[in-house]
Design a protein around this ligand. Structure first.
Ligand code: FES
Length: 90
């Protein structure tokens, strides 16, 4: 059985690649970009139709279309690192 895959542009070179796993990237002062095969659900397991293979998820809390980013982070001056800000305690 083949795994699901997705094609998308990556990086400044606009290279088309095919991936078979989901990739989530926190963008500096912005959303979480989700690329690749994924399923987005609410907390009850109901699927949320993302309608695309790459989505931006709001992490600033100000979007009017949550869980998706609507660009409001730019007007609220949201600040966050473009990577990990440390580890969670277990
Ligand atoms: S991260 Fe873009 S609106 Fe929240």
């Amino acid at each position: 059985m083949s795994r699901p895959s997705a094609r998308f542009e990556l990086g400044a070179r606009r290279e088309l690649i095919t991936v078979d796993e989901c990739r989530i990237t926190p963008y500096r002062d912005g959303p979480l970009l989700v690329r690749g095969p994924f399923k987005l659900t609410d907390q009850d397991g109901n699927e949320i139709d993302a309608r695309r293979e790459t989505i931006a998820l709001c992490r600033c809390g100000h979007s009017k279309i949550r869980p998706f980013c609507d660009g409001s982070h730019t007007t609220t001056k949201f600040r966050a690192a473009g990577g990990s800000e440390g580890r969670r305690r277990t």
